[in-house]
Design a protein. Structure first.
Length: 334
């Protein structure tokens, strides 16, 4: 729980609705709420004896991302009239999951937004001076790296008064997610394997929690260090994929990650296997279920001697190109 401010009664009378010289101290209670399927997904998918060590390494790696720990919090308070201009801004270095801070702002109505753990070396907060334009933007490039932290966001309308003590509760929810693939290469004879992911959003609108897809970069995942030489695991942290409208029976479930499948792939995993003769086989795995905020999607697959990577999940589509050349696509740099 992150605590901002301490309640106080000011007793300042308001005369003009637009010009307000009265200041107040208000209590705002912030909480990072981590809603995720990470434990269930890993425990369900990695059940074989040979996979248990992979599960431990994957859990340890993602525990640094799927956590309700707030390193820093960026707070904005916007005008609810006219062009939704930002009226007050605070940035707080926290390094904890609890923090107390006293904020004094003029009494008026605000739209309040909060962002936690935004890594400015990998993205930026753009157009933050106006609420309806503020967004998190990934760096523009053909290939972008996996994110290193769980990003949280919240927004809350604040109707402030000067004649009563007020307390506002602000829940921050995770806005990014993760995808992983575990490949069994035992007996395949392949010389090397590289994996990329694509089909994810590159912008997140703070005020309405909408994701945008202005361009289609490839995400370079992290290759985990495993003891078993026959197993390889790649994991990418990114913004979510496109979603699809869900029937009411699915929407009513308590599991926010349950979804029907689209009639086409919404995002892809691309595997590039280098064979002993130096040729490369490309396998594109198409996933038709959306990848949502806070979610982990794990795919298990088997590599064969021609470089083909075959998923164990029959719902995942497969497209294979033998003797693939990097010249086929300008987005993949091996």
């Amino acid at each position: 729980m992150l605590l901002l401010g301490s309640a106080a009664f000011t007793g300042c009378a308001l005369v003009d609705e637009d010009v307000r010289d009265c200041y107040t101290y208000s209590s705002l209670d912030y909480e990072l709420r981590l809603v995720t399927n990470i434990t269930t997904e890993i425990n369900t998918q990695l059940t074989l004896e040979s996979e248990l060590k992979v599960a431990r390494v994957l859990k340890d790696t993602l525990s640094k991302v799927f956590t309700d720990f707030a390193k820093d919090v960026d707070l904005s308070f916007y005008d609810v009239m006219a062009d939704s201009l930002r009226l007050h801004h605070e940035s707080i270095e926290m390094e904890t999951n609890q923090y107390s801070y006293t904020l004094k702002i003029p009494v008026r109505n605000y739209m309040h937004t909060a962002l936690a753990n935004v890594d400015t070396t990998m993205m930026k907060v753009a157009d933050a001076d106006k609420c309806h334009k503020a967004r998190i933007v990934r760096d523009v490039a053909d290939t972008i790296p996996s994110l290193r932290s769980g990003i949280f966001s919240a927004r809350l309308p604040m109707v402030m008064r000067d004649d009563v003590d007020q307390e506002f509760n602000v829940n921050l929810y995770m806005v990014n997610c993760a995808s992983a693939i575990v490949v069994d290469t035992t007996g395949s004879g392949i010389r090397d394997l590289k994996v990329f992911m694509n089909g994810f959003a590159t912008e997140f609108s703070v005020c309405d929690s909408l994701y945008r897809f202005p361009y289609s970069p490839v995400v370079r995942p992290v290759k985990l260090q495993l003891e078993d030489p026959g197993l390889m695991c790649f994991v990418a942290v990114s913004f979510p994929s496109r979603d699809i409208p869900q029937p009411k029976s699915t929407v009513d479930t308590d599991d926010p990650f349950v979804s029907e499948s689209a009639d086409h792939s919404l995002w892809q995993m691309r595997a590039y296997a280098t064979l002993q003769n130096g040729t490369i086989t490309e396998t594109v795995l198409g996933i038709s279920q959306p990848l949502r905020p806070g979610q982990l999607k794990l795919v298990k697959a088997k590599a064969f001697d021609n470089g083909r990577v075959s998923p164990g999940d029959p719902s995942v589509s497969v497209s294979v190109t033998l003797d693939w050349s990097p010249g086929v696509s300008g987005e993949i740099v091996l």
